[in-house]
Design a protein around this ligand. Sequence first.
Ligand code: COA
Ligand code: AMP
Length: 630
Amino acid sequence: MSEAYRQAYEDSTQDPQGFWSRAAELVDWSTPPGAAHDEARGWFPGGQLNTCHNALDRHVAAGRGDALALIHESPVTGATRTWAYAELLDEVGRVAAMLARLGVGKGDRVVIYMPMIPEAAFAMLACARLGAIHSVVFGGFAAHELAKRIDDATPKVLLTASCGIEGTRTIAYKPMVDEARALAAHRLDSVVLLQRDRLRAEMTPAIDRDWMELRAQCAADPVPAPVPLASDDPLYILYTSGTTGVPKGVVRENGGHAVALAWSMANIYGIGAGDVFFAASDIGWVVGHSYIVYGPLLVGATTVLFEGKPVGTPDAGTFWRVVTRHKVTAMFTAPTAIRAIRKDDPEAAFLHEIGTGPLRAVFLAGERADPETIAWLERHSGLPVVDNWWQTELGWPAITTCLPLGDRRRKPGSAGFPVPGYHFAILDEDGHPVPDGQSGAVTIRAPLPPGAFRSLWNNPAAFAKNFATFPGWYETGDAGYRDAEGFLHIMGRTDDIINVAGHRLSTGQMEQIVAAADGVAECAVIGADDPLKGQVPVAFVVARAGHADAAAMAARVIAAVRVDIGAVASLKAAHVVAQLPKTRSGKILRNVLRKLAAGEAVAIPPTIEDPAVIPAIQAVLAADRAAASG
Ligand code: COA
Ligand code: AMP
């Protein structure tokens, strides 16, 4: 353990007030906070600041207006565009003026349903400038999910684009927005739509505004000044899968978020002014919020907004081209992306040909980083590949190896050590710490550090539930253990959430949709292991009498989930079986289904009601596999 890491960790746990007061100096406050923390008001009570000012204005004021702030690298359109800090401030100011013209002000919500284009980042920062609360909805979610978020966040305005470009396909966004508007009870004042050349959308009179026309109309409007906000005023709401069909609106507060991200850029990623950071995620996820938009800009670095996939746009060399072309010093992606690259380019020929330029490390998060993937990338790149464990709720990494603090300890299969600010315990069902090496519930001591959630939008009961099982401790929903050397290992979820290609989805929600499909008597949805995506959702369905066509039933169920949640939640398969494996008390044996789906041998559990169910399901799986490959 390095001395710097040991000291930082000790300071953060033994003197959190002092530790975070010093960290608070990394950002500009219009009114400095009176203390680091109080129970009622959270982090930096009494402090006032503006996140957009901290991300843009202050760097320009410090004479860095010409420094590069944003690079939009879009292999799907062939475009590369860049903005210096002064230019980005100008663009954000324009969008802030547009929103102000539409009546958006402090505390109003704005939903952003946009692909990976620079206007999406301008919009987020413009909301931050006005004190409006943005809620970005991932483009892979369809109309129903968008409608749920519109009803929960009750935005004045929705910002969108005519289309997204997914690999070689063009995805029309406007029909989803129209359908979501029809489904939602809440009425939007306006929809502002950016027309893209690839596919232009039909505008709906009275509600739709053309982005560029509105921009031109507001050209002479004064640029709104950054609104001073209380530290605990919300910056954004980001919805994530809970264990029911109702999405959880994680609320991020301005003060704690700015301080935590600025601290993390320096102490986890080693990034500051002059560095280029490339987070290959999507602004619809927390990684995109923290490390495409806010984190790099808060510290005056350059950020890369990448509109493409790790493979196929045009090939498995695309990441390495971005890295070398823009002199990226640290990059961030999901293990799935590296697995996809490895699948297409097993010998890393692209990486060897293109190189990694000044890249110092690769950070992985979003799902378990399997040792083989880490080893492959380290072998071919010669760089440290560092796992990060965190969640939407936390907003920034909680377990990793802090390279900038001199720590070098890494162990494949472990996410690393607690980040300063996070105090972990691994607890058994009764809330007692388990011995090292033994698995239990991964919990974090309350209060959580700055940046982590302190509420869920409109849902205090669901928020309180996170702290109810183990009073004084936040239940992360993950299971894991600490080994004898102190490494933390995350083993998976304790609830029904699964991770598909780094995307967090709820099998419980999918089950509700499948159960409601025509002809379904009973069902179970599980996360089956997948060599590329980590996990994929698979349904087991029992049909009602009179619904004998298994292929039609499977197609119906798959389509229902895709329509209700979106393309990102596609079921890999739906198997129509005569019965589900259950205990005598009627509980579905999901672990058995998981093993069956993986083609593993299954020991007959002693609690099973009818052991004959297992060979019957194995026969269905074999027949379905044969049909799929034939
Ligand atoms: N807008 C619209 N549709 C989207 C979308 C978006 N932003 N993102 C994904 N989708 C669609 C995809 O087009 C695909 O649709 P299809 O079933 O019609 O083909 C579906 O959702 C599933 O997408 P995905 O899981 O991304 O699979 P894929 O086969 O398109 O790509 C990978 C596979 C591995 C290349 C891709 O999953 C990937 O890049 N993963 C890394 C994920 C990541 O960075 N996650 C962020 C967490 S840090
Ligand atoms: P999200 O909120 O979408 O970031 O998903 C958070 C969940 O993803 C966590 O609770 C974990 O289950 C999983 N996860 C994220 N990062 C890792 C990691 N590095 N290792 C293992 N699981 C991870």
